[in-house]
Write a protein that binds this ligand. Structure first.
Ligand code: ADP
Ligand code: MG
Length: 336
């Protein structure tokens, strides 16, 4: 079986140049949370802020990794209960709350199934249907208890924060940059983008939204002061012997990778962890459920790209999106 991991560079910055003339700029590229990250800040404390934010992300990587046996998450998974830091307990409680609100489309207890597909190992494989149904018995966000700092799982269960950790790391990076007096910065955590303020010249950032079906960008988002997070199965996936492509986002109702007509789901909101959680959840839900969920909540914006060449974009962000001229085959529909 051939392993194919696409590095998740979903959104790329089109204009990085500092146009403020003599504004100080400091960039730092590094690898954390299993992906490439890049922090760029502007202004007097740019270097100090970026180094502090990168240090914080390194700490979170050690704390939240599901594969590092010294992480707090592994401590819970090893014996089914552990006392963890308030921060880890709070992030688990957040993931469980979104799991509840999305009727389990996001489920941080999906890990045993994800592992069976080999997504955290060297080799991917296609588990047998009976294996998946047995593993799904142990998937239920409702059977996780968080009591202050003590997290307890039901029998046979395991937790994974892969769907929210990068978003939370973005929030923490933003907090630290701001604490250091930074008012203009671009945080790119493997395609999860978090924007601090505007570009140093006061104009909005221009983000390319990658075409999940091919090369280039489907369009450009012109935004500031927000998080922009995309989930799609094209980024980390593998091709089985029969040619089927399987992605790393699992539908907890079936145990199979979500495959419902969506190529990507992008969420735009203030908070990175919310965007991250919802991009995964809405990708699992598929178009109709995702749009219903948006209509019931509306505290965020969404861009869905479907396999029948539609770009569905919610009204709050529609005028900030410009379709790429080479993607004229796509139909943009504004959702209200
Ligand atoms: P990425 O990490 O590539 O940016 P996501 O934020 O969508 O993408 O997270 C996908 C990760 O979340 C998977 O690698 C896995 O660790 C985990 N995961 C997969 N399916 C689910 C699910 N239904 N609910 C919660 N976590 C999931
Ligand atoms: Mg996510």
């Amino acid at each position: 079986m051939k392993l194919r991991i696409f590095l998740p560079i979903i959104l790329c910055l089109l204009l990085t140049a500092c146009s403020g003339g003599n504004t100080e700029e400091y960039s730092y590229d590094f690898f954390a949370m299993d992906t490439f990250m890049s922090l760029t800040a502007y202004g007097k404390n740019a270097e100090k802020g970026v180094k502090a934010a990168a240090g914080r992300i390194a700490e979170l990587t050690l704390m939240l990794s599901v594969t590092d046996e010294n992480s707090e998450l592994s401590a819970i998974n090893r014996v089914g209960t552990a006392e963890v830091s308030g921060e880890t307990a709070e992030l688990i409680a957040f993931a469980l709350d979104i799991a509840d609100k999305t009727d389990g489309a996001l489920d941080p207890t999906i890990y045993p199934v994800l592992r069976a597909w080999g997504f955290t190992a060297e080799e991917n494989r296609v588990p047998a249907p009976e294996e998946l149904s047995a593993l799904l018995e142990n998937v239920s966000h409702e059977r996780v208890q968080v009591d202050r700092n003590t997290v307890t799982l039901g029998e046979g269960m395991m937790l994974d924060l892969g769907a929210v950790a990068k978003g939370y790391a973005g929030d923490e990076a933003e907090r630290i940059l701001r604490e250091n007096g930074i008012t203009s910065a671009l945080i790119n955590l493997g395609g999860n983008i978090q924007l601090v303020g505007t570009k140093p010249d006061g104009t909005d950032w221009r983000l390319g939204l990658k075409d999940p079906a091919g090369a280039g960008n489907v369009g450009v988002l012109t935004v500031s002061d927000c998080a922009v997070v995309t989930s799609g199965s094209y980024e980390r996936c593998f091709t089985a012997d029969d040619g089927t492509v399987y992605g790393h986002i699992i539908d907890p109702t079936s145990g199979y990778p979500a495959d419902n007509g969506l190529l990507s789901a992008t969420i735009i909101a203030d908070e990175g962890r919310l965007c991250d959680a919802l991009s995964t959840a809405l990708f699992v839900m598929g178009k109709d459920r995702a749009l219903d969920f948006w209509r019931e909540n509306k505290s965020f914006d969404v861009i869905l790209i479907t396999d029948n060449a539609e770009v569905l974009i919610t009204e709050g962000i529609a005028d900030k999106f410009q379709l790429d001229s080479a993607h004229g085959n796509l139909t943009v529909k504004v959702i209200d």
